[in-house]
Design a protein around this ligand. Sequence first.
Ligand SMILES: Nc1nc2c(c(=O)[nH]1)N[C@H]1C(S)=C(S)[C@@H](COP(=O)(O)O)O[C@H]1N2
Ligand SMILES: [Mo]
Length: 357
Amino acid sequence: MTGPTKGQEFSSEEVKLALRNPGMHLEGLRYPVTPIGMHYLLIHFDIPLIDPADYELRVSGRVRNPLRLSLEDVKARPAVTMPVAMECAGNGRAHLSPRPISAPWHEEAVGCAEWTGTPLGPILEEAGVLDDAVEILFAGHDRGIDDGIEHDYERSLPVEEALREEALLAYAMNGEPLPPQHGFPLRLVVPEWYGMASVKWLKSITATSEPFEGVQQANKYLYQSSEDDPGTPVTRKLPHALMVPPGIPDFLTRERSVRPGPVLVEGRAWSGFGPVERVEFSADGGRTWEDAELGEPLGPHAWRSWSCEWDAEPGEYELRVRATDATGKTQPLEAEVTWNQGGYGVNVVQRVPVSVG
Ligand SMILES: Nc1nc2c(c(=O)[nH]1)N[C@H]1C(S)=C(S)[C@@H](COP(=O)(O)O)O[C@H]1N2
Ligand SMILES: [Mo]
């Protein structure tokens, strides 16, 4: 479903979705690890109320030894902590014209929290996934209706992706128990994929011998060029760099004012296909680009800091930033080339208008 073209009004449904699902304040890019209350949120239905005392995670389906794990069982297993750049697949959707109707993100559906949990792989090994299993299905405790179909929020991963060492069953965020809105008491974290794979309020894990065809897999999260296009699944995060908007904002338009002189422009960049190897900055609307300096990555699945000195002379500017990863994937200059039915993976370069004076 598509809505008004760019520049037209947002519907009240989109505004309500945006208020339920806040983004990260872009100045939050200054923090290597995003504070809990600044991390973006995406909640399709309602936040379920779960009593940790009777919480149980069921692991079943095409496995030799089905498991029932309490929260204490999960916490007693070996623990790993890792910073992960998480981004919603719908980030950038609002730049499209016509605009698909869903959470109207511009750039802010991102955050990099430190997740603590236990690796998923050893749990699947203990359950003994059978040879005929092709996917692992993760169901949440949240239920709702989308495309007219009632369902639990459920997503699957191919078995080999679920067995990757970075896939985590997380019970803590930045050293605190998961807050209700981020998946209390237990969620999946699939670091390289867009956020939809990281199922919150995890209820069950099921090994299946058939690919999952539920709403959140077969109707949503497909790159489709038109309604008739069967499409290809949305998986890993495309490269993306963002800057802390420099100077000070206007309250309503958020246009930036900067004083003349040297300005350190800084931000973060990430990709789910490989490490970010290059970040370029342009102060002249993309006519010329210079390489930004890259910081050390916080970890293999975190974002990477970048910075660039800009000698701001009086005038009107449009700042841009672009990341390229180790596989050579980079960001498009125009959103339209990424247009797809659901508005996924719109990693168009950020544009920040600035007046210097
Ligand atoms: N159970 C459940 N898991 C979910 C969702 C959801 O609505 N229900 N939203 C997904 C989507 S689309 C995203 S982008 C991430 C957002 O995680 P966060 O809210 O912790 O940032 O959670 C994913 N996991
Ligand atoms: Mo998302």
